[in-house]
Design a protein around this ligand. Sequence first.
Ligand code: ATP
Ligand code: MG
Length: 449
Amino acid sequence: MEIRLPENVKKIIDVLESNGYEGYAVGGCVRDSILGRRPNDWDITTSASPLQVKHLFPRTVDTGIQHGTVTVLMGKEGYEVTTYRLDGEYEDGRHPKEVLFTSSLTEDLRRRDFTINAMAYNESRGLVDVFGGREDIKNGVIRCVGEPEERFGEDALRILRAVRFSAQLGFTVEEKTAEAIRKLAANLNYISAERIQTELVKLLISPHPDYLRLAWEYGITAVILPEFDRAMETEQNNPHHCWNVGIHTLETLRNVENDKCLRLAALFHDLGKPLVRTTDEQGVDHFYGHAKVGCELASDILHRLKFDNDTIHKVKIYVNYHDVRPELTEKSVRKAVSRIGADHFSQIWKLKMADTLAQSPAWQPVKKEYLYRLDGIYQEIRKKKQCLTVKELAVNGRDLIADGMQPGKELGYMLNALLEFVLENPDCNEKETLLIRSRQIRINHPDGM
Ligand code: ATP
Ligand code: MG
């Protein structure tokens, strides 16, 4: 087995070895190289202590020196070099309490989560695969190193990581590993929101975001995303739908482009449905107002998982507007786009298409036709450079002041009123016309707007 190491990685390993230490590429980069995937980053494991590593390389950063990790800088790139480690006693399902170093590569590999992540490689020794990682890669299997229950008991995040790797690689989870996951999933309660967020996002932006179903089957979502379990329990007795809310969600995830905010929005778009479901006399289910309720729910979940404000802002807008259906006229589309925000409309369109593809086949041709025509009208509006925002108006606050208006919030009301006017009359976005219009508005509303 030969792996082509990047020059910098070779150099770092060379320096370590020519000074009497061992050095290997390890973990994800070895796994990805065997799979023919491009590794995200190259981690190095070594018998040298952190201090020794710092002595050998002129430019280093103490990234996690208490865990044995020093970042070695080569040009603009940084490489994490970590001393062979045993993880010490674990508090149940939490971070290791202490870190012990070891001189044995095998011991370092033994502390790693899955066999596919527990291989090391360098040019002098070749592939070091003590736990059968290569065979598991060949068979497409996620399997714990050692006793699964013990390993998940040490660090419950591994429970979610198993599903994440399965979704990234399209692998199955080995039976004993799966059994231990089912048994210990509740331990995810002890894991910090930040660590859960990282793994959940990696799962969602993988080639198989619908493997979230596996997380549901294992009882993982019951702990980290119980709202999804409610969706799996909510039937949709309605001619537009052929699946319950949960399965429909998984299908939408599968159909939507691989973008973090879009995938999160796909996950949340219908989570409001279980809360607003009504059934009419004919026995047909309705979900009035589910987008707005879903938007609130998405906000709660995203805050709970400690997502950043930019992500929360975007996802909320996508969820809130995923069900808008403007009439197919330029005017209605202009108004809808203006209300949603031109930046978001294209993404919401993609979400709507994915949503449609996850509904009853009978209605799909009509709905797709609608969406393509909607897009056609939107493109036309863009091509004509029609004004959709206050910023694009031919007048601004300064112009209005120069025309006799007082500074203050009245200006904002006026600009919005002018935008409404221009959305109705796209050819009127000219300075003179808008100033005349603003004077008329002021005459009609002498006490302010
Ligand atoms: P990615 O491509 O997403 O970076 P990765 O396998 O490199 O995947 P990391 O989270 O970067 O995953 O971790 C690097 C390596 O450290 C893993 O391959 C694994 O060997 C080990 N590792 C990471 N997290 C854990 C954990 N919670 N328990 C045990 N070993 C872990
Ligand atoms: Mg990595």
